[in-house]
Design a protein around this ligand. Structure first.
Ligand SMILES: [Zn+2]
Length: 300
């Protein structure tokens, strides 16, 4: 008693359990969640890179261990440390000096930031796990679509199942199930109409499964917003790449000595052909829009 009177600090901390002290104590644990999420994100980001490289080729993500795709040498464990290895090896294979794509470090960093955000935003809860899984799957799908124009079923369909599984925990499964059916049905119908009218595949079946995944995790309002944002940004990107092709061709034909009129006509043909045949990776836009809409909803 006398000690406590002499030193007021003695009264705080573990010896007392006033509400204010409890908050301080849990605050201490919570402050560890961020860094812990970051580290966990680095590990899962590293595994996601394996998935992105192997799933589109139908290879196992478990065995064999990591190897350089150029020289086939196995990656030593100390060269397999997320983030650090890429930097220490200066983005080159130790054995054959083949460049290691920037995608490896980007995925690791993005997953680490995502997990850190989920841990800080939701604390030690099921929601943190739910949205970490959601973002992790989206990051992987954005990368596979950008690299290979494929959205592996192993990620989309299992994502739908996992998302619906979580929706039982927060009792939103009716809403989510309806969202999955309506959004996937809508994109499937759009795909069918486009195929009938233009006789080329404008939307892949993978995109249909991806919107189902998004609807299994996000409320219907956010799914609608995702579709809107992805369509607008995707269309703008399509127009931008057509304009880029047009300018490039125009310069090329002018250099070859064609008249302005001929060069413009040739450039227009090339741009039109590109618009008709070049498959825009819509999954990239859908995935990025879903992440943006989800993040935006956290602060509105
Ligand atoms: Zn190599």
């Amino acid at each position: 008693m006398r000690l406590a009177e002499a030193n007021p600090a003695y009264n705080r901390g573990v010896f007392s359990s006033s509400p204010a002290d409890l908050i301080t104590a849990t605050g201490g644990v919570a402050s560890l969640l961020g860094p812990l999420g970051f580290l966990l994100g680095l590990i899962f980001g590293s595994f996601l890179n394996v998935c992105v490289s192997r799933l589109p080729e139908g290879r196992s993500v478990v065995s064999p261990g990591s190897a350089c795709p150029h020289c086939g040498h196995a990656v030593r464990w100390y060269h397999n440390v997320p983030l650090l290895s890429w930097l220490l090896l200066r983005a080159r294979c130790r054995d054959c000096a083949a460049p290691i794509p920037a995608r490896y470090i980007l995925i690791e960093l993005a997953t680490a930031i995502l997990f850190c955000f989920c841990a800080v935003r939701y604390g030690f809860t099921l929601s943190a796990l739910q949205y970490a899984v959601f973002g992790w799957l989206l990051l992987g799908l954005i990368a596979t679509d950008a690299e290979t124009r494929l959205l592996p079923d192993a990620m989309t369909l299992s994502g739908v199942a996992i998302g619906l599984g979580f929706s039982f925990a927060d009792a939103t499964w009716r809403e989510k199930l309806l969202g999955v059916a309506v959004s996937a049905g809508f994109l499937y119908l759009t795909r069918w109409i486009y195929l009938r009218l233009r006789h080329v595949e404008g939307l892949g079946l993978g995109d249909v499964k991806l919107i189902a995944l998004i609807a299994a995790f996000l409320p219907p309002r956010s799914v609608l917003m995702t579709l809107l944002v992805a369509s607008v940004v995707g269309a703008l990107a399509g127009v931008a790449s057509a304009v880029a092709v047009w300018i490039k061709r125009l310069i090329r034909w002018k250099r070859r000595g064609a008249s302005t009129k001929t060069a413009q006509a040739r450039a227009t043909i090339a741009a039109r052909l590109m618009m008709r045949t070049y498959p825009l990776p819509f999954g990239v836009f859908l995935g990025a829009a879903a992440l943006a809409v989800w993040l935006w909803a956290q602060y509105s």
